[in-house]
Structures are given as C-alpha cells and as structure tokens.
Design a protein around this ligand. Structure first.
Ligand SMILES: Nc1nc2c(c(=O)[nH]1)N[C@H]1C(S)=C(S)[C@@H](COP(=O)(O)O)O[C@H]1N2
Ligand SMILES: [Mo]
Length: 562
C-alpha cells in the first residue's frame, strides 16, 4: 500500500510545479494572469466591505501578504488531498486538479484587464501538474527492489503521451487487474524473474503494487527543484527591475508654479507627534491590487474621452512638457477610523487636471470623471470639484521624487478635500467624462457612497498610554482639507473645552498640528479633542463608522498618569 503521506507529497509537488510554471508563463505574458494572484484578486473583489475593513484594520499594510499566504495554505491542503486521491485512482487526482484549474481560469478571466491569452499560465500549469502527479504516483508504485532492477513497471518514457488514468496502477486493483489494458499485454512488460523482496515484505506477491519510497522521493526532489527554478526565473523575468531602473533614472522638471518653502512653524517638533510632512516610506498605502502595477513611463498613456468635445491622449513626455504645479496636500482614506492613521501629507508635483480637461472640452451635462487604474480599479470624481480652481493634479512627483511604485508610479490623481477612494486613482490610465447616473466606480456597489468629501477630523497623538505626573503636552493633528482648520479644542475628564495652540499650515489643503500644555495629576484621565473648520463647523460628537462615507465622532484617549 502507498502510505497517505506519499500521496500528499505527490500532490504537493505536482501543485508546486504547476504554480511555478504558471508563474513563469505569467511573468512572460501578463503578471496578473498568475493564478494565485488572480484568485487573491478575485477574493478581494468579492469580499464584502466589512471583511475588507477588518483585514485593513487587523493586518494593515500586510493584508495582501496575509491573503496570499491564506490562498497558498488552502491550495497546499487541497493539493495534499488531491495527491491522496490520486494514489487510489489517478483519475480522481486529475479531476481534482482540473477543478482547481477551472477555479484559476475563472479567477483570471474575471480580472478587468484579462485577455484570452491570460488563461495560458493556468492551463499550462495544470497540464504539467497533472502529468507530474501521474509520474510521481507511478514512481511511488514499484515492486520491491531486486538485483536486476528497481521496479517492474516501465516508465512511460517511450510514450510521447502523458500517462492516462488507465495506464496507471491503482491501489485497489493490482496492475494485472482486468481493468488495466497495459497489464493485459503480456508482451510489453515481459515477466522478469523476480527475486524475493527484502525480508520486510515476505508475504507480498511480487506483482502487487508496493510502495517505492526512494523513487518517489527522488522524483519529488526533482519536482521541487524544477518548481523553484521556474518560479525564480519568472520573478527575474517579470521586468520589475526595468521599471525600477526607469524610475530611478528619471529626473522630474522643476515646477512652473512651485509651492513656497514650508514655514518652520508647520512642525512643532514634539517627540511622538506626527511630523507635518510624511516620508514616502511612512506614507499609508491603500489599494486593491495584489501586485503593484509596473508601468514603464515610456509605455504610459492617459486617454481622456467620453463626454468631451475633443478626446485627448497624453504620454508621460507630454505631461512633463506641460506647466507643473507643486502643492502640499493631505490625503485621507475613507476607511480611517476616528483616531486612525490612514492619512498623510506630501508635497505633490503634477499637471493641473482642470487644464487638461479644458483642452478636451467637458460637455456641460457631464458631472463625473470615471478614472481607471492600470489594474482595473475605478474611481468617480465630481467634475465641479476638479474644475473649481483647487490643486487637483495628475501627479508625477511626491516629496521631491518620482511617485513610488506603491503610490501610483508613473501618474496618479490627487484632489484636495476628497477621500482617496473618490479622487486619488493610482496608476491612472483612463479618464472617462460621464455622469453619476450613468456610471459607477469600484466602491459604489460595495456599499460606499458615490461621493466622498473629507469630514473634519482631529487626532490625539500625545500622550498615549502612560505619562509621568507634572507638566506635559497633549498634541496631535487635525484636518479639514480645502476648508482649513480654524480651532482645536481639548477637554480632560469631561471638563471645560480648552483651545489648543495651532501650528502653521501652508494652505487649507493640509492637516494642522496642535498642542496644549497640561498639568497631569496622578490617576487615569480621559482626553477628548474636536476641531472646527474655517467655515465655523465643529466636528460632530455623533459616532459613525467609516462606511458609507467616513467616520465621525471625537477622538478620545485614556491615559494613566503616574
Ligand atoms: N489604482 C488604485 N488607486 C487607488 C486605490 C486603489 O485601490 N487602486 N485606492 C484609493 C484609496 S481608497 C486611497 S485612500 C488612496 C491611497 O493612496 P496611497 O496608497 O498613496 O496612500 O489611493 C486611492 N487610489
Ligand atoms: Mo481609501
């Protein structure tokens, strides 16, 4: 009998080979066509919004890795099960593989940018996996080693076809069984004069299938090596280095409308307080793509079409040849909880989107820009907001360097005052001018509001946890993009609201640091904060979750003073 672990091993190795090969083929034709990535992407798209929010909240920037690891663990379990079925009857194993290939093909074809060739990685991978599974199972079946040779069953090396289900021995029926055509051709495998097996198997009939551990392990080791090599080759091939190199060789032109140098007073420089400018390295990331789109700037184009008088197509060089604007803008995610960290400020460099739209000639009944990312994600932005004179940009630079790959290289949108999901399309390649009553962006059917102006928020960064008694500072940031923050108030233990001092802000489009000195007495204290925007509106106390259009409520922290 073949032990269960041997079947599981054969299944795992066959799966590894099939995924390794799929990865390699996908690297050559289209990275998103790799089945594991496509399944992961499909899971992202199909998960209900609360599940996604939970994943972002729980795993943060690691949410994608956790998802891929989960898909791989499930695949490994399934592969082991398929292998165990395969040693009982190879046809079961191959049917299991076919079912997985079908899931892979379905996932690949549901990707928005999928073409017919995208099924190739999965189909070729599955075919090789099925062949390898048959081959490994065959290796596992041997007869006890003899002086004249290790196994009675001939390898199928003479036949050009992968082994068929009927070619293979089945545990329940020895090869001589009536169902096996090969066994009924006595001439093909002449009866060897079988020497008695090792003494462990004295009672086994020589023609009964006997587990050949050594041959299985050798075959499995070979499979693992080939799987690893093709995955590594696929990685090397994916051209990622080419885009990284193109990015690091770029030098962006200077802005024709530069932002003034930041006043020193924007940053109170308190230890533990969020810095005014967020490093690109520390900037939060939110995107549905599992692998970052890698776009060579020389291949990038942006098409602007739909309800316009003159459709426009821009290259990266066209963009850099236009007048560039620099602007400090705080980006915020609608998924940010009260007190959360999904917000960041950068100095963006880009082409005013309104200029480009004016050239295209936006028709007067259009009210929505439906922008699409290279990975198929879509975003709906109100036309009037983009055209009202604010610094809505097709951004190419972030904090004095080309956009990092994870922040939308080579070009993304940035619109002050709107949550990222309705404005900040990364890897943007297409803008369709349309109407909110005709088109829907990615998050709308998933339970988020079609329009998402940023709600005023304030956050306490200091103190957190515990602090020594005596004079200390309560501090944080507050934002009300494009309106501006006019006041921040703090209260301790439900006492009177006290005005915090405000750091400078270069424009109304960024957050603002604030601070308040506090004589901290020993014990446990509750600190609350609320901001008032430049239009005189104070943040509501009413608690609302992020969905459908942004969280509300006052950030409250409890500190222990010792
Ligand atoms: N292509 C693409 N662009 C996208 C998204 C996305 O999922 N895909 N997410 C948006 C959301 S929800 C936010 S909050 C911002 C985040 O931008 P960042 O990752 O640069 O911080 O990007 C926006 N642009
Ligand atoms: Mo977001």
């Amino acid at each position: 009998m073949i032990p269960a672990w041997a079947g599981a091993l054969a299944g795992l190795v066959a799966a590894a080979l099939s995924l390794g090969l799929a990865q390699l083929v996908a690297a050559v034709i289209h990275p998103e066509a790799a089945p594991v990535i496509a399944v992961g992407d499909a899971v992202v798209d199909l998960s209900p919004a609360p599940v996604k929010d939970w994943a972002i909240a729980t795993f943060g920037e690691n949410d994608k890795n956790v998802l891929i690891a989960g898909v791989l663990v499930l695949l490994a379990l399934a592969a082991a099960g398929i292998g165990r079925l395969a040693v009982r009857r190879i046809g079961y194993g191959q049917a299991g593989l076919a079912a997985f290939a079908a899931i892979g093909v379905w996932a690949v074809m549901t990707r928005p940018d999928a073409g017919p060739a995208d099924v190739l990685p999965t189909v070729l991978g599955a075919a090789v996996g099925a062949w390898a599974l048959g081959r490994l199972v065959r290796r596992a079946y041997g007869t006890p080693a003899t002086a004249s040779g290790p196994a009675r069953l001939p390898e199928p090396s003479g036949s050009p076809e992968p082994p068929q289900a009927s070619d293979l021995p089945q545990a329940s029926e020895p090869p001589r069984g009536s169902g096996s055509p090969r066994a009924s051709e006595p001439s093909e495998a002449p009866e060897p004069s079988v020497a008695p097996g090792p003494s462990e198997w004295p009672t086994v009939h020589p023609l009964e299938p006997v587990f050949d551990r050594r041959r299985l392990l050798i075959g499995a080791a070979g499979g693992v090596v080939v799987a690893g090599a093709s995955a590594a080759l696929g990685r090397a091939w994916s051209g990622s280095q080419a885009v990284d190199a193109a990015r690091s060789e770029l030098s962006l032109p200077l802005a024709t409308r530069p932002a003034a140098p930041l006043p020193r007073g924007v940053d109170l420089r308190l230890n533990g307080l969020t810095p005014f400018v967020t490093n690109n390295r520390d900037f939060y990331q939110v995107h549905t793509a599992l692998i970052l789109p890698r776009i060579d700037p020389k291949d990038w184009t942006l098409r602007i079409h739909g309800m316009v008088d003159r459709p426009v197509e821009l290259t990266y060089a066209d963009l850099l040849n236009r007048p560039l604007t620099e602007a400090d803008i705080t980006l915020t995610c609608v998924s940010n909880e009260v007190g959360g960290t999904l917000a960041g400020t950068a100095r963006w460099l880009g082409v005013p989107l309104a200029d480009v739209l004016r050239e295209a000639g936006v028709q007067k009944d259009a009210d929505m820009l439906l922008s699409t990312s290279d990975d198929g994600w879509t975003c709906g932005t109100p036309v009037d907001v983009v055209m009202d004179g604010r610094n809505a940009l097709l951004a190419v630079g972030m904090n004095d360097e080309p956009l990092p790959l994870s922040h939308g290289f080579p070009v993304r949108q940035v619109v002050p005052g709107l949550y990222g999901y309705v404005s900040a399309t990364k890897w943007v390649v297409d803008i369709k001018v349309t109407r909110f009553d005709r088109d829907e962006a990615y998050w709308t059917p998933r339970g988020w509001s079609a329009k998402g102006p940023i709600k005023t928020q304030s956050r306490i960064d200091l103190p957190r946890g515990s602090v020594a008694a005596g004079r200390t500072t309560i501090a944080g940031v507050a934002w009300a993009q494009h309106t501006g923050v006019d006041a921040v108030e703090v209260r301790v233990d439900g006492g009177a609201w006290q005005l915090a001092r405000l750091a400078e802000a270069p424009t109304a489009d960024t957050w603002r640091q604030w601070a308040l000195d506090w004589e901290a007495a020993p014990g446990e204290h509750t600190i609350e904060v609320r901001a008032t925007d430049a239009a005189g509106r104070t943040q509501t106390e009413r608690k609302a979750p992020p969905a459908p259009d942004g969280a509300t409520g006052w950030h409250t922290v409890t500190v222990r003073v010792t």
